[in-house]
Design a protein around this ligand. Structure first.
Ligand code: SAM
Length: 243
């Protein structure tokens, strides 16, 4: 498949993102480990550790794809709590559900296909909503952030884990080589699909930086937003509170 990602009109972005994730779903976990040298596992652990999610909470994990975040959240919310995994892509949801079922994680977990821009939930129905490495794929991010705020109870938190802007210039150079030279090669070697990984590298560069995303979250209706960088800003965690 060829993805002409540079010239796609905004309306087609959703279709393109659909093709990319259907194409990578099966190799997604292996590729994450290869591309990040396994560090994505540490980022995700840290993300859930600082999420403030507690026993008994009802949490929506958006763009939950292959279930990594849900698997970490479930033991935290316990039997009294619930984790709903929402993703727009059926292939990603299928891989995630199978994987977590194999690990015995079934009860208190729900899987549902949905678009982050139009969440199928009533107002004030979740204690927390998480989205890890998902927001940059969403076409209308302002709409998605506003809807995340809408479904949260007052006092609830939205947590975004996403690639962000690297802080040091030297690190930034190395990171560019990794993203644009090594990553597409890994993609073609291990997943037979260089284009999808080229898309991923470009989508990371286009994503709003730390301060821009913070501003977007405040405009979407959140009362207070905290940002922390991990690994020199390769990724950042935004923690936003609904007042
Ligand atoms: N959260 C998982 C993780 O951290 O490993 C998966 C992240 S994966 C890079 C991005 C996911 O976002 C894909 O599963 C994709 O289908 C999903 N996605 C893209 N656009 C979406 C949208 N508009 N609404 C919901 N999910 C979306």
């Amino acid at each position: 498949t060829h993805f002409g990602f540079r010239d796609v009109p905004v309306d087609d972005k959703q279709k393109l993102v659909g093709q990319v994730f259907t194409s990578v779903a099966r190799n997604y976990d292996l590729m994450n480990d290869l591309m990040s040298f396994g560090i994505h596992r540490l980022w995700k652990r840290h993300f859930v550790a600082v999420s403030g999610v507690r026993r008994g909470d009802r949490v929506l994990d958006l763009a939950g794809g292959t279930g990594d975040i849900a698997a970490l959240l479930k033991p935290v919310v316990g039997a009294e709590g619930e984790v709903v995994v929402g993703d727009i892509n059926a292939a990603m949801l299928g891989v995630g559900r199978d994987r977590l079922t194999d690990r015995g994680l079934v009860s208190g977990l729900r899987w549902a296909q949905m678009n982050a821009e139009a969440l199928p939930f009533p107002d004030a129905s979740f204690d927390a909503v998480t989205i890890a490495f998902g927001l940059r794929n969403v076409t209308d991010k302002d709409k998605a952030l506003a809807d995340m705020c809408r479904i949260l109870k007052p006092g609830g938190r939205a947590l975004v884990l996403e690639f962000s802007k690297v802080k040091s210039p030297l690190f930034s150079k190395l990171y560019d080589v990794h993203s644009f030279k090594i990553l597409p090669k890994l993609g073609s070697l291990f997943a037979g699909d260089a284009n999808s990984y080229q898309y991923l590298a470009e989508s990371i560069r286009k994503h709003p930086d730390q301060e821009t995303l913070k501003g977007m979250m405040l405009r979407a209706g959140f009362g207070h937003v905290e940002v922390r960088n991990l690994t020199n800003g390769i990724v950042a965690i935004h923690r936003a509170y609904k007042l």
